[in-house]
Design a protein around this ligand. Structure first.
Ligand code: ADP
Ligand code: ZN
Length: 622
């Protein structure tokens, strides 16, 4: 995927950074002005030899927390990373910065692996990325003992958690590092961990003395929106058209079939939409991922197999066509939007069928009771977010132990507060209709009975004789659907575990059936297709939407594209959009001035400085 790892060229290129201060490394190598919140403290802890457990949202800047110490401390930093694609991207990006980085994984042949191991043993590497299964091999551990190691970084550390959604058994064995290398600092990083998982990470990785660094979870640039599902394809098209035309985005679906169908549907409407799921040949998957990373405006339609470790900064929207099974999953998936800090949208549609399907999948799963109980709680929290009538961000952050004092003003419930209504009577009617028809029917039939439909099935079953027949004409079929959805979401009704979507009463619904409790229901908002919001969110959207000098912008992008193609890397590895934008604003004329642009470090200044200065100079003449 990337050019061969050429160590000689690297070591000759790079002036030593070990012994410099973290700030110097930040400016000179990465070209950044200052540390983000917590980065400075974390780096200080690791540089001075302490262990750290870092919890930071996606896009928060975790990588620098070990990359800077890796350059400040003498020796090679070993980075454990579960995904090969991520590893390769990170190594490519670091090498662009002039950092001596390499990886060891199963894609390499014997020769390549030997060359990398040799570079490690002779101290020619600043960072070595390594797959966990590789690292714990006795042979690798022996190699590490003979080398000079600066630190161990364990990325995606929640993979040690058996209850988490990304469990990897190899991660459990990483505890050996504590015993075998007691004096070398270790830093574990993750974006998804509630308190229980955090404790599990600390225990399982023997990080009991590590300082915990927990940064705020808020991603203020992401607008969270969840709408009732009506006509999925039309809803998705309307959304993209109104707000994210020509933007890069990810669309998540639960099944492979739906991924294929949705990608095809979008492609027919003229979008560059590519499928990604485990059922595709590996070469197709790799090619689609490459195009997503390298081209502009590509929409990837994927199952959750896609995305861990995708660090493309300018993903403008993440759309969920099916409900994720936990808030952890939702947060991680939506977190792939807007890593560059620019306005982005997390958009989801969900309906009764989602709830039924997830509940059934859960009950049918193999796990033991304890496991199922935890999964049930997680799903309930996810459904809670969907049905909430107050600020969604507050609910989301609260779940992760973070607090937001005031409503955020940037989620759908803040922007368009849903009304509630007294559903006490409606709920009583719905529940008793379930009871009277024997708890054997799905929602469509129940609504037919409530609304007094004269269709054949109702007649044949004699349901035009039951006491709840025709008692619900005051609500439309859609309104009844919303009532049933909320009853299932809140656990008053459950779907028959045997399948077929038959609804059954739960113990919990007894007081409602008797009308002893008042029930407030959410009124599903009426969605206008061209909302007035779209124009305002569009104006603040992608970097390219803020550009006024389009000719200049395209010229700089062309320059970047040419370099990227020559190096065989995605364009953002050369410079991010934000860096190009800054160049266009400042129009630097000298290398010194260019060095002041955010994202321009020493290596890139030397490699690309003159080229971009020439491109900028040409702009003024045009
Ligand atoms: P994470 O791994 O936490 O998801 P990354 O480490 O990929 O996030 O960082 C997200 C983006 O923020 C990257 O593009 C990175 O270059 C940028 N970034 C990180 N720290 C800083 C900083 N101190 N100043 C400017 N940009 C930063
Ligand atoms: Zn809000």
């Amino acid at each position: 995927m990337y050019p061969d790892q050429d160590f000689e060229q690297l070591s000759a290129e790079r002036p030593t950074t070990s012994g410099k201060s973290p700030e110097q490394v930040l400016h000179e190598v990465f070209g950044y002005e200052s540390f983000r919140p917590l980065q400075g403290e974390i780096i200080h802890e690791v540089v001075s030899g302490g262990d750290a457990l870092v919890l930071m949202p996606t896009g928060g800047g975790k990588s620098l927390c070990y990359q800077v110490p890796a350059l400040v401390r003498p020796g090679t930093a070993i980075v454990v990373s579960p995904l090969i694609a991520l590893m390769q991207d990170q190594v490519a990006a670091l090498r662009e910065l002039g950092v001596r980085a390499a990886f060891l994984n199963s894609t390499m042949d014997f020769e390549q692996a030997r060359a990398t191991e040799y570079a490690l043993s002779t101290g020619e590497l600043d960072l070595l990325y390594c797959a966990p299964e590789r690292l714990i091999q006795p042979r690798t551990l022996e190699l590490l003992h003979d080398a000079s190691i600066s630190l161990f970084a364990i990325d995606e550390a929640h993979c040690v958690s058996q209850w988490g959604h990304d469990f990897r058994s190899d991660y459990l064995q990483l505890a050996v590092l504590a015993n075998e290398f007691p004096s070398i600092p270790r830093i574990a990083l993750t974006a998804t961990a509630d308190e229980r998982t955090r404790k599990e990470i600390a225990e399982r990785l023997s990080l009991t003395n590590a300082r915990h660094f927990i940064s705020g979870f808020d991603r203020p640039n992401i607008q969270y929106r969840i709408a009732p599902k009506t006509n999925v394809n039309k809803q998705l098209l309307d959304f993209i058209k109104a707000e994210h035309e020509a933007h890069c985005g990810i669309v998540y679906c639960l099944s492979r079939n739906k991924v294929d169908a949705t990608a095809k549907m979008l492609a027919q409407k003229g979008y560059t939409a590519l499928p990604y799921h485990a059922g595709l040949p590996a070469t197709d998957r790799a090619r689609n991922q490459e195009r997503f990373l390298r081209e502009d405006g590509v929409i990837i339609v994927a199952t959750i197999a896609f995305g861990m470790g995708i660090d493309k900064p300018d993903v403008r929207f993440v759309a969920h066509l099916d409900l994720p099974k936990s808030l952890e999953a939702y947060y991680q998936e939506t977190g792939r939007a807007g890593r560059d800090g620019k306005p982005s949208t997390a958009w989801m549609v969900y309906g009764l069928q989602d709830v039924i399907k997830l509940r059934q999948m859960l009950e049918a799963s193999q796990g033991n009771d304890h496991f199922k109980r935890i999964e049930r709680q997680k799903l309930d929290a996810m459904l809670g977010l969907c049905e909430v009538t107050k600020c969604r961000r507050q609910v989301l952050l609260n779940y992760f132990g973070d607090e937001l004092e005031a409503p955020c003003g940037n989620c759908d419930t803040c922007l368009n507060p849903p009304e509630t209504w007294d559903g006490t009577v409606a709920v009583q009617k719905a529940l008793s209709c379930v009871f009277r028809t024997g708890q054997r029917f799905g929602v469509t039939h129940l609504i037919d009975v409530l609304r007094g439909s004269v269709n054949e099935r109702v007649q044949q079953l004699g349901h035009n004789q039951v006491s709840t027949y025709g008692i619900g004409t005051e609500l439309s079929a859609n309104e009844w659907k919303s009532v049933f959805r909320q009853l299932v979401a809140n656990g008053y009704l459950r779907a028959d575990p045997e399948g077929y979507g038959a609804l059954q009463l739960t113990e919990q619904c007894r007081p409602l059936l008797k009308g002893e409790h008042k029930v407030e229901l959410r009124k599903d908002p009426v969605i206008k297709t061209s909302s007035s919001r779209s124009s305002s969110s569009r104006s603040g959207n992608a970097v390219k939407d803020q550009v006024t000098d389009h000719v200049g912008w395209e010229a700089l992008r062309a320059c970047r594209k040419q370099l990227a193609e020559k190096q065989g890397v995605p364009p953002y590895v050369i410079f991010h959009d934000t860096t190009l934008f800054d160049m266009l604003e400042r129009k630097p004329e000298t290398l010194d001035e260019l060095a002041g642009v955010s994202g321009v470090g020493a290596a890139k200044l030397e490699k690309y400085g003159e080229i971009f200065l020439a491109a900028i100079a040409e702009l003024d003449q045009a």
